[in-house]
Write a protein that binds this ligand. Structure first.
Ligand code: NAD
Length: 457
């Protein structure tokens, strides 16, 4: 162990916890990943990674000497830093459910001891949760000391699918809390802040990248930064979708419009992609979480509500496009390409494909679905939906009347439609991710475009 190496416990080994554990182990720290899910811990001990995240298995394997996995919280006793990375799913009214955060805090508390230990909230939590966790520690840690056991907010900005790059080469590191605790965090992250670590083979450093900015702030501001960042990104996507709807009606093209407005450095091109709308575990939950925080303080947040409404409408926009072409969906075979909420992940939470499959089935269609990675997971998590699982894209399209592209997997970008179309019964393609770039011999509907890729048949 080098003398800058620290002991770290990471509570929760989901997308964020695993990424955090891998990153910190790669930076040279001794890390124990803790989860209440026995099966996950067993898999990790056997060298299996329970989620799909490009490069993560290779990175975990390369740092396994610095990593340990456990269902017990014992390692907290020797930890300098304890990360809470558990889920914060939305409750019925959009208020984030803090039961997992509370249970993690209550379970870790008895293991706190005499040395300075920082407890870090990496989960996305409502503003004020840092203080709440501090109070839980006070109540449940016999050896608790306000000076020695500080809570820090260190929100996570990684994106599933590019989690390693995002963790190793972040734009910024946000740290909120007492300055003494932030000093410990600065030591923990020193190799990341200085970029002195050796880039892993699975995630080479981008050529233009230098160093992350460090934002040292209060607990409340750090917690707010995470919510506001996600809300703003969600807003950008909904804005692009709202403009896309008008583009279709006035003969403009959202791709060109987005490029044109994105060139303004005050705006930027990213997250201006029109399509099926956002999905995933974060944007819906975090916009709803902010609105619910506003409600608690008797404060309206109409912009965020509108962003959510536009996102909900967008899923119906796709179905409406299909119905315009097919009139009735009764007895029609409709294929959904892509189930994960975005490419390069197996995460199905709040994926547009879920709602599309459910709606198509309700409308009488026979639904076939395909995803390069997420199908086994869908078998478990979407057992309530009725659809046929395709063994390949070819199988998915065989005798289909229509296709909806719901996720922009590279595999779908690369499809040779001229070879696939003859096996289909119909020729309607709703490209809800605007990925078809060359004209093909089918009715192609895109979002916010007057189907420039389509050649009417
Ligand atoms: P996840 O559901 O993939 O993982 C959470 C893990 O915590 C699960 O393995 C669960 O078994 C475990 N857990 C629950 N209670 C526990 C306890 N008391 N002790 C130990 N383990 C426990 O969740 P995730 O996607 O990693 O998200 C975690 C947090 O990070 C959420 O607040 C989320 O909003 C935030 N976040 C997620 C992402 C993302 O892309 N997934 C990005 C940034 C922030």
């Amino acid at each position: 162990m080098s003398n800058t190496s620290m002991n770290v416990s990471v509570i929760g080994t989901g997308y964020v916890g695993l990424g955090t554990a891998a990153l910190l182990a790669h930076l040279g720290h001794q890390v124990t990943g803790i989860d209440i899910d026995n099966q996950k811990i067993e898999q990790l001990r056997n060298g299996q990674v329970p989620i799909h995240e490009p490069g993560l298995d290779a990175l975990l394997e390369s740092v396994k000497g610095n990593l340990d996995w456990s269902t017990s919280y014992d390692s907290v006793a020797r930890a300098d830093v304890v990360f809470i990375c558990v889920g914060t799913p939305p409750g019925k009214d959009g208020t984030p459910d803090l039961q997992y955060v509370a249970s993690a805090a209550e379970k870790l508390a008895p293991h706190l001891n005499g040395h300075a230990q920082v407890i870090v909230n990496k989960s996305t939590v409502p503003i004020g949760t840092g203080d709440y966790v501090q109070r839980l520690l006070e109540d449940h840690a016999p050896g608790y000391s306000h000076e020695r056991h500080r809570v820090v907010s260190n929100p996570e900005f990684l994106r599933e699918g590019t989690a390693l790059q995002d963790s190793l080469y972040p734009d910024r590191i946000v740290l909120g809390g007492h300055p003494d605790a932030l000093q410990i965090m600065a030591r923990l992250y020193a190799p990341l802040i200085e970029q002195t670590f050796t880039p892993p083979a699975s995630a080479p450093r981008p050529e233009t990248y230098t160093r992350p900015a460090v934002v040292n702030t209060t607990l409340q501001s750090a917690e707010m930064i995470k919510y506001a960042a996600n809300a703003f990104l969600a807003l950008k996507i909904s804005f692009a979708n709202e403009i896309a709807g008008l583009c279709e009606r006035v003969g403009a093209d959202i791709e060109e419009v987005a490029t044109g407005i994105g060139m303004d450095t005050r705006i930027g091109r990213r997250f201006l992609n029109a399509g099926a709308g956002w999905g995933g575990s974060c944007f819906g939950k975090d916009t709803a979480g902010l609105i619910s925080a506003g409600r608690e303080h008797n404060y309206n947040m109409p912009i965020l509500q509108a962003a959510i409404d536009v996102n909900t409408r967008q899923r119906q926009v796709i179905i409406d496009k299909l119905i315009r072409h097919m009139r009735s969906l009764k007895g029609k075979r409709v294929t959904v390409l892509g189930m994960a909420f975005k490419p390069d992940t197996d995460d199905l939470r709040n994926a547009p494909a879920h709602d599309l499959i459910a709606r198509l089935y309700q409308l009488g269609a026979t639904v076939t679905a395909h995803d390069p990675i997420a199908m086994p997971r869908a078998r478990r998590e979407w057992a309530h939906l009725t659809y046929r699982e395709a063994s390949s894209v070819q199988d998915a399209l065989h005798r289909a009347d229509a296709v909806i592209i719901a996720t922009e997997w590279q595999e779908y970008r690369d499809l040779d439609w001229s070879a696939l179309l003859p096996s289909m019964r119909g020729c309607v393609i709703i490209d809800a991710r605007n990925i078809i770039r060359t004209p093909i011999d089918a009715h192609v509907e895109q979002i916010g475009r007057n189907a420039p890729a389509a050649v009417p048949v």
